[in-house]
Write a protein that binds this ligand. Structure first.
Ligand code: FES
Length: 312
């Protein structure tokens, strides 16, 4: 459906908040906290942004976008070209990061702009009268995203703000936060090193089953990554070196390989595995789908076998 930008506001250095309404006045589809939206931008790119409304309503969507210095054209376009009145195509809200049913306290741990899905969760938990704490980590006070929400009367008693910390101090602060809870469900979103730290500390404190995360960044090359070959159905083989995605290799070889986000969250590039084993780096497939060995997302995932034969 088409949506129109109805307002744009600055909410932290390099962060702009956009409100959208449907172009024809029809109600917007409902969503649960943690959901994100596909936006087709004026330059043709499709990007995913978490919805972060205080009160979800069929009248408007709200997203916050940080301008990424290494932008591949998504955040830069929204910061430089989008205006009030700009029309965008949007998809249905999708959610791979929903709140579970646990009655344990919820720790919502945000690194930078990773606050957006967690803010929706915080408002939902607040409405439901459930116990939670939202911790927002940022480079410095100016870089803190959505400061008005974090310091609002509704939320401030359940929020802690951590700015200007080095990695050692970040580790201590996270450990201290977790130490305040004998049991908790931990939800985290932010840069990969931040989420890795949360995962390491949270798994020790609460167990891996209590950890939930979402990333909107391409994963960094993993230490165990190695070159592999993709074999196509016609027998043709392509080399995938370390540091280059399988998707890029397929496209370079002229193979028709649809894609959208290129960071492993949308599932557009999903392809069936004929033989071989994948090393999954995406956040689209469920744990069961990953364990099934049937699917491969070439934009981010790799192979643990020398050859991965794909249904292409
Ligand atoms: S292009 Fe979105 S998951 Fe691969």
């Amino acid at each position: 459906m088409n949506a129109i930008i109805t307002s744009i506001a600055q909410a932290g250095a390099d962060v702009r908040v956009f409100e959208l309404k449907s172009a024809d006045g029809t109600p917007l589809p409902a969503y649960a906290p943690g959901a994100h939206l596909d936006l087709t931008l004026g330059n043709g790119l499709v990007r995913q942004y978490s919805l972060c409304c205080r009160d979800p309503s069929p009248e408007r969507y709200r997203i916050a976008v940080k301008r990424d210095p290494a932008s591949r054209g998504g955040s830069a376009w929204l910061h430089e070209h989008a205006e009030v009145g700009t029309m965008l195509e949007i998809g249905l809200p999708r959610n791979a990061f929903g709140l579970g049913q646990s009655n344990d306290p919820h720790l919502l741990l945000a690194g930078g702009i990773g606050i957006t899905p967690l803010l929706s969760m915080a408002y939902a938990l607040l409405r439901a009268g459930r116990e939670f704490h939202l911790a927002s980590f940022a480079r410095d006070q100016a870089a803190l995203p959505l400061p008005d929400d974090l310091t609002s009367i509704a939320l401030h008693a359940r929020v802690s703000i951590h700015v200007g910390l080095d990695p050692h101090q970040t580790r201590s602060s996270l450990a201290q936060l977790m130490a305040g809870y004998p049991r908790a469900e931990v939800y985290t979103c932010g840069p990969a090193p931040f989420m890795d730290l949360v995962t390491e500390l949270g798994a020790t404190r609460f167990g891996a089953q209590s950890l939930h995360q979402e990333s909107f960044q391409a994963p960094l090359p993993a230490s165990g990554d190695r070159p592999f070959r993709i074999r196509l159905k016609n027998g043709r083989e392509l080399d995938v070196p370390v540091g280059r995605s399988a998707l890029a290799c397929l496209q370079e070889a002229g193979i028709d390989a649809p894609c959208s986000c290129e960071i492993g969250v949308c599932g557009t590039c999903r392809v069936a595995i004929v033989s071989g084993q994948a090393r999954h780096h995406d956040s689209f497939l469920s744990d069961e789908e990953k364990a099934s060995g049937k699917w491969f997302l070439p934009c981010v995932s790799r192979a643990t076998t020398e050859v991965l034969t794909l249904d292409l």
